[in-house]
Design a protein around this ligand. Sequence first.
Ligand code: ADP
Ligand code: ADP
Ligand code: MG
Length: 664
Amino acid sequence: MFSRILIANRGEIAVRIIKTARRLGIKTVAVYSQADRGALHVALADEAVFLGAAPATESYLDIGKVVAAALASGAEAIHPGYGFLSENPDFVDAVGKAGLTFIGPAAASIRTMGLKDAAKRLMEEAGVPVVPGYHGDNQDAAFLKLEAGKIGYPVLIKASAGGGGKGMRRVDTDDDFDAALQSCRREAKSAFGDDRVLIEKYISSPRHIEVQVFGDGRGNVVHLFERDCSLQRRHQKVIEEAPAPGMTDAVRTAMTEAAVAAARAVAYKGAGTVEFIADGTGPLRPDGFWFMEMNTRLQVEHPVTEMVTGFDLVEWQLRVAAGEPLPVRQDEIRLLGHAAEARLYAEDPANGFLPQAGRIDHLEFGSGEGIRVDAGVRAGDQVSPYYDPMIAKVIGHGKSRDEAIDRLKNALDGTHITGLTSNRDFLRALCRDEIFRQGRMDTGLIDRGMDGLIARPDAPEEAILIAALAASGLDLSGPHCGFRLWGEASHRVTLHAGEEVIERRIVPGGGRVRLLDGGEEVLLEEIVFDGRTFSARLVRANGSDRVLARLVVDVHGGEQRISVLLDGETYAFERLDPLEGEDAAHHHSGEILAPMTGIVRLVDVGAGVAVKAGDRLVVMEAMKMEYTLRSPRDGFVDAVFCTEGGQAEGGAVLVRITEERLDG
Ligand code: ADP
Ligand code: ADP
Ligand code: MG
């Protein structure tokens, strides 16, 4: 076994690998960019080497720098994690040339599987079912359109070199083909440096089911059952589970045999995943699934497999890379219950899933039996606009599917993130979705149910009262809550919750607080507040009372923003300056900001033009994804601060919209 390894990655996966290495007595070397000087993975590793500036091309993607760091630190092997260089065969070659071991498959396996078209041709030869389509070399636009027509709409255009759900366009009619091909090529070119595409039949009601495989590179390949990753948005996984709902012995046998055959066809070594698309219009069938691609690395969602098999896949990766045989035989791998994982991201689902960069002020995860959290950040850390904005993966494991999803939901209920917008509430809504709970989902479930999934309940009075109290700036921390100091002085607090303006009057005194709102007067007694967790007895005018327990209050952003966690739901408020009053509530900034550092691809408007709410203003590309920024309201473009092809820093103003035309 190795005594020291370098981890060529960051965030959650780097932390994950460090944990297993430490357990096995292996020393770890982290690498980091300028943006990650204070990052968790750097703090946890035994040693850390600085790579370069924040952009990944100058740090985590720089093969020369990563290999040099490994040599300088005396590491014997490099674990690539996922993303970044993990599926780059040139990196594998460079690692080998430096006399180091790559913890993963051979460069040749990655090369073969890295191009979706070549992989599909090989799979056809190996007898693995493949989605009907064109995966040839002719890239002429008119020819491809003809092929699309032959396959029959709807079709999917995919970047041959694609990955991570990027570079993929569904096309429903002949008329839409040219525009889709163009945009797919643009994305593929900039993301993968390769604009070749393939066309395949779009499978309706598709389910994404994949098989975890493991090879020792000497001809032994085992599988560790399947995962269902059908809950996706824009072809990116959101919630994954194992086993797949509705899986039968016959389908599992057919699918795992196809997966093992695929791995054998490339003499596979290490952890890999063979992805299939399955016909979800009815029950799963042994002849109703097709090969999509093989991911030649550890997958983001590997924890669900670890939870249902009890094995540590990172440990297996290290052992196999060190030349040991697979630790178990196929018949020793058993399925233990059910597990489901949710990807917690700094992103705004209600706003096209725009990534959110910024500081995480507070971070707390729900805990309990059967819950695992793999996090890459701590409270106080910055989510950088330079990398994937994942905060953590939350996993629930239980005896049954219901128990696993309930535990996942409980863990999310107890998760509180403040400082930036996350997809936590969206994930909770998904956990409650009826179709998902019945296991009848397909990859379109999220898109179809988007309105319901992003709907936010109105804040209950209890949450408003606590927010008003927190916003009042009154000292609630002492045993007497400092109220005597204030006597009977009354405080008016104006809060803003979404569009709504809420006013409360607070009268502290005698160890309790009176709150007055539009008519009703309530009392809060027995207040205990430790700075974050708040509890009190709430007495209503009619004499009824209720104990409010475990309310978590976070005041941040210079005491302007307050977040209350009550019964699993978070409610966000903003304090309004009483002098600004109502006006402030109606003031929407007309400034369109860059969500992340990235490239401006298109600018649709010029100064002076009229726009309607929802009109496309700018298309940005960041983290290999295109983001469309739209006008928040009707108005006029006052100024444009970006140009096509230019770089924009996260948070920079791109366009300013005003209500009235400003003549200049
Ligand atoms: P999976 O099939 O396991 O979901 P993806 O193909 O989506 O994996 O990519 C793996 C993961 O790698 C992504 O979810 C993302 O977190 C990470 N990743 C991909 N590209 C990058 C990148 N350029 N920088 C940082 N992380 C990346
Ligand atoms: P990536 O390399 O980006 O992960 P995949 O080829 O694995 O690309 O496809 C990603 C997702 O796109 C799948 O999980 C599925 O939701 C959808 N998809 C891919 N191929 C098809 C298809 N032929 N029909 C319908 N959906 C598909
Ligand atoms: Mg895939």
